[in-house]
Ligand binder design. Structure first.
Ligand code: HEC
Length: 144
């Protein structure tokens, strides 16, 4: 068997390291814009998700509260596009969680909110939160 020259071995190792580390940065940040995934989660997804949870727990909602919930649901829906933008998405699992589970769930949620149907809203919200766990299980590192 012919021996593989050292330069080629070294080059392969560097290439593999490069691919692995760029996949990691891709998850944490897009390719051109400064926003990190962590910032979007903390600044947008988590607060809107919490407001929906609180709002739906309150059950009997007034018009003003429904209107606020619609804002939250619409922002989560828009987030399903942000998470796919700027080359942030690393694989099919991410794509399914963002552009299917989160997007479809939040669209359903918005419909339920517009028709002020609390039961439908609760069930759509549970779809929305399935996207969090699906994506986190694969792509969010264990607690630091
Ligand atoms: C398509 C993937 C994806 C989806 C969907 C997703 N997340 Fe995340 N989330 C991540 C990744 C990746 C991180 C880790 C970011 C890092 O630490 O670099 C994260 C981190 C977080 C964090 C921790 C942020 C911090 O300050 O460290 C919170 C909170 C969070 N997500 C909430 C949610 C909630 C709530 C949902 C569902 C409504 C959700 N996420 C849906 C990918 C996703």
């Amino acid at each position: 068997m012919k021996r593989i020259p050292m330069v080629i071995k070294l080059f392969s190792v560097l290439l593999i390291l490069g691919i692995v580390s760029s996949a990691v940065t891709q998850i944490q940040k897009g390719k051109t814009r400064p926003l990190t995934t962590e910032q979007w989660m903390e600044g947008v997804i988590e607060p809107h998700c919490k407001s929906i949870k609180k709002g739906l727990e309150a059950n009997l909602l007034e018009d003003k509260a429904w209107k606020k919930l619609a804002v939250n649901a619409a922002v989560l829906n828009e987030s399903s596009y942000v998470l796919m933008a700027d080359g942030r998405c690393p694989d099919g699992l991410w794509a399914t969680a963002a552009s299917e589970t989160l997007r479809v769930g939040s669209t359903e949620l918005l419909k339920a909110i517009e028709s002020k149907n609390i039961e439908a809203a609760k069930s759509a919200f549970s779809q929305v939160t399935k996207s969090c766990s699906a994506c986190h299980k694969a792509h969010k590192k264990k607690e630091k």
